[in-house]
Design a binder for this molecule. Structure first.
Ligand code: FMN
Length: 361
């Protein structure tokens, strides 16, 4: 019965402009509650756009909101102290290439993976703050906007330059932002002197502590690096960041691959993340987790949610070149992807929820 009603809805949205109130329509028609959370913030559905090249400009954020995503995370800012010092200035690198690659199994070109010369935002703090202030007007109870930040990361025998973290977070806090991801970006893995186990554990503990001790209302979500030290070390990172009073974690950043000199995502990242999320949930059942990596279908979304993530963030599926034709022919890429994720009759989120709930009886 519900499947029939869903088919009608799916057909309706195929032909009509998505109204971004569709979660309410789903609730009223099928009794399925799509609301989700990011920490203490309620989301109208579980899908946000991840930080990156699609969250750098106001026009992009407007399109994300109009399409019906529940929010987005802004492209990571590379922070400064009040005198303009910026330790991570090398991360304000210009993008020199960005390529779509397809995995061996993906004959149809449906699951694009991005390779690029990864980095943070190229703007200085003053320029970035203008952007952040401008887009904050798009934030409301139906559309969450989260910040992402990268400031000084010390070498093993160096102190953390707290002023960079405090000044940058403080400026964004003044605008009104209350959730901060920390972008421990995958490219850091190349920096062998920094990437020392104890040093990494120190970052994950001390940086949230610094932010939380100055700004009590802020939620801090460090993005967990995908390193090659095994799952126990990944869980250890999470344990340290909890000691640092982090409010949750983002699982996880892409996997840096020496051979291609780029971070990698796709199936490998998704599978690694799902395993890690389940492991974290065994150890820390109440921890808030935002899941990101290798999501191309509603089934992938539900896998993340059932593993223990409370929301998901997507980038490559929207940014990459998708060769397989989208079902929806009207609207922009944000609309087409959202339609596939929720309304695809084979692997969309809603049909997968209906199928799995009928299996559970
Ligand atoms: C081109 C590009 C730029 C990105 N920029 C950022 C960034 O600024 N900050 C960040 O935390 N993650 C960044 N990421 C990681 C994404 O936010 C996302 O977590 C990751 O790509 C996994 O999701 P996906 O498989 O859907 O792309 C970037 C990824 C790509 C491909």
């Amino acid at each position: 019965m519900n499947n029939k009603k869903f088919e009608q809805l799916s057909k309706y949205y195929l032909e009509n402009q998505f109204d971004n109130n569709f979660p309410t329509v789903i609730k009223d028609t099928l009794g399925i509650d799509l609301t989700a959370k990011y920490g203490k913030f309620v989301l109208k559905n579980p899908v946000l756009v991840a930080p990156g090249q699609l969250t750098r400009e106001r026009s992009q954020i407007e399109r994300i909101k109009k399409a019906g995503y529940s929010g987005c995370v802004l492209k990571s800012v590379v922070g400064e102290d009040k005198n303009g010092n910026c330790s991570m200035i090398n991360y304000r690198k210009k993008m020199t290439y960005l390529k779509t690659v397809y995995e061996e199994f993906d004959k149809e070109g449906a699951f694009p993976v991005i390779t690029w010369n990864g980095a943070g935002d190229t703007r200085n703090l003053e320029q970035y703050l203008k952007f952040a202030e401008d887009v904050f007007s798009l934030y409301n109870e139906n559309f969450l906007i989260v910040c992402s930040i990268l400031c000084h990361l010390p070498e093993p025998d160096e102190e953390i330059k707290k002023e960079e973290w405090i000044y940058t977070v403080g400026k964004l806090y003044q605008i009104g932002y209350r959730i901060f991801e920390i972008d421990f970006c995958p490219g850091l893995k190349k920096e062998t002197t920094l990437i020392e186990k104890n040093n990494i554990l120190r970052w994950y503990k001390e940086i949230p502590l610094i932010i939380k001790s100055f700004f009590h209302e802020i939620l801090v979500f460090p993005k967990i690096m995908n390193l090659d030290y095994g799952i126990d070390f990944q869980v250890k990172i999470v344990e340290e960041t909890i000691k640092g009073k982090a409010d949750g974690v983002v699982i996880g950043n892409r996997i840096f691959k020496e051979a291609i000199n780029s971070a990698w995502g796709g199936k490998e990242l998704r599978e690694r993340n799902l395993t890690l999320i389940k492991e974290i949930k065994k150890n820390f059942p109440n921890l808030s987790i935002s899941g990101t990596g290798g999501i191309y279908t509603g089934k992938h979304i539900l896998d993340y949610l059932e593993s223990g993530a409370e929301n998901v963030q997507i980038l490559s599926y929207i940014l990459g070149k998708v060769k397989k034709e989208f079902l929806k022919k009207t609207g922009d890429k944000f609309d087409k992807v959202l339609y596939e994720l929720f309304f695809n009759l084979e692997n969309g989120l809603i049909i997968t929820m209906l199928k799995r709930s009928s299996l559970k009886g």
